[in-house]
Design a protein around this ligand. Structure first.
Ligand code: NDP
Length: 433
């Protein structure tokens, strides 16, 4: 707080984790002696750079680029790039910090990082996005590599952007297909990477419900967002026999009591890059409303926030409880403010935190790295099965930590502790670095 008084989102992420680590620190006084937490919250490296680019009308623009390489104790840095006007060092640090424990939970050898820029791809032409990506990569390429730091997508960075970034990297360094993940299938991408975070969220939710003697069949689910994570979460939830009654974008939300059709969402948001209100113009049973989906009052069973950070306030969490929700699992990163999480706890809502529930994307990214190293491509089924196993194991690890430290079904603390234990052990073994 003293060093970074204005980094409120980073502080929120850090304190939410540190508050849950006490039982591990009590069990391991050597971690306290080694000042491990002070080292954990300080990035190994934070890079900020200028990204100049030219728009189609000939004007010159300058954006800010970031890459925060947070922790490499268990493997090369890994984490997405976000393109959104709200991106600043605070946001990138919060995301990078979360990524350390998330990556650890996957059981794969990857460290934590995050990056991005305050460039807004919305409304830009393909050529403008390409010129921006080329300029961004001209600097970023100095700091990344297949065994050093492997970025991927996040908000505003999908297949198109990764393709442009990869082309720019290749031009400067030659063909090294392990340098980015989320690539197109014709140049080293993995099948099931596009679906991974959304599918993974449902595999995790399924594992949690199963452990509690419940099932997804016939459940009513509210989902926020209509991007990459939300779209494939809708698909998998529907396949499990649940009904997804909402999705949303920045402007408003769609409600359809008969169930949202993920293919229509995909067509509007992924293919046409349109607005979600068009959904209600194409599907008769759907209604569109402006505002937040979390202010919409209706009874349902499961909330899966898949849009952005701090999208659920304390008041909205209270409405979630009043609406009879039993489970909240997070597809977006840090979508619930700390008071909202406390509200879930007070109302006995089971809570699957982002770093566990949305780890499917980075897990399949790591599988993409394995395929690139082997120079092989696995089938959709192989990747999807591995993803399913990884998400089951993330829930099991969180549950095991919960039991070990008698946390009373606090899966948030369980995930933090399970992710932390591995990183802490590796940091201790590597000495004061
Ligand atoms: P996308 O850019 O594909 O989609 C984001 C969606 O959320 C868009 O529909 C966007 O609407 C909507 N949105 C953004 N801000 C708001 C808001 N304030 N209120 C309502 N809706 C909003 O991003 P992703 O789906 O990739 O990412 C979503 C979340 O999941 C992020 O928190 C990201 O960090 C996290 N995540 C993503 C992973 C991935 O593999 N993609 C992996 C792990 C986590 P609009 O179109 O209006 O901008």
């Amino acid at each position: 707080q003293r060093r970074d008084p204005n980094q409120t989102e980073f502080q929120e992420a850090v304190f939410t984790v540190l508050d849950t680590l006490e039982p591990v620190l009590d069990a391991h006084p050597e971690y306290v002696k080694a000042n491990l937490l002070a080292r954990l919250v300080e990035p190994e490296r934070a890079i900020q750079f200028r990204v100049p680019w030219q728009s189609d009308d000939g004007q010159f623009h300058v954006n800010r680029g970031f890459r925060v390489q947070f922790n490499s104790a268990i493997g090369p840095y890994k984490g997405g790039l976000r393109l959104h006007p709200s991106v600043n060092l605070d946001v990138v640090k919060f995301l990078g910090f979360e990524q350390i424990l998330k990556n650890s939970l996957t059981g794969l050898p990857i460290g934590g990082a995050k990056g991005g820029s305050d460039f807004d791809p919305k409304g830009k032409s393909d050529s403008e996005v390409m010129r921006f990506c080329q300029s961004f990569m001209t600097e970023l390429q100095r700091h990344i590599g297949p065994d050093l730091d492997v970025p991927a997508g996040d908000i505003g960075v999908g297949g198109r952007e990764i393709g442009f970034l990869f082309g720019a990297y290749k031009r400067l360094n030659g063909y090294q297909n392990g340098v980015l993940t989320g690539k197109g299938l014709t140049f080293g991408g993995s099948l099931a990477r596009t679906e991974a975070t959304g599918f993974g969220l449902l595999y995790y939710t399924h594992a949690m419900l199963k452990a509690l003697g419940d099932t997804l069949t016939n459940k009513k689910i509210k989902i926020s967002g209509a991007g990459n994570v939300a779209t494939y979460a809708i698909q998998k939830a529907t396949e499990y026999g649940a009904t997804v009654i909402t999705c949303s974008d920045f402007d408003g939300y769609v409600y359809d009591p008969n169930g949202i059709d993920y293919q229509v969402v995909k067509q509007i948001k992924e293919v046409e890059r349109g607005r979600i209100k068009e959904y209600a113009q194409r599907v008769e049973t759907a209604e569109y409303h402006e505002g937040s989906v979390w202010d919409f009052d209706t009874n349902y069973d499961i909330a899966l926030p898949c849009a952005t950070q701090n999208e659920i306030s304390k008041d909205q969490a209270e409405l979630i409880a009043k609406d009879g929700v039993k489970y909240v699992c997070e597809g977006a990163n840090m979508p619930s403010v700390p008071d909202a999480i406390a509200t879930y706890r007070d109302n006995h809502i089971y809570y699957g935190p982002a770093k566990a529930a949305n780890a499917g994307g980075v897990a399949v990214s790591a599988l993409e790295m394995s395929q690139n190293s082997e120079r092989l491509s696995w089938s959709f089924e192989t990747v999807d099965n591995r993803l399913h196993d990884i998400m089951d194991s993330i829930f099991e690890m969180s549950e095991a930590a919960d039991k070990k430290y008698d946390l009373k079904q606090d899966y948030q603390a369980g995930a933090n502790i399970a992710g932390f234990e591995k990183v802490a052990e590796a940091m201790m073994a590597q000495g004061l670095v």
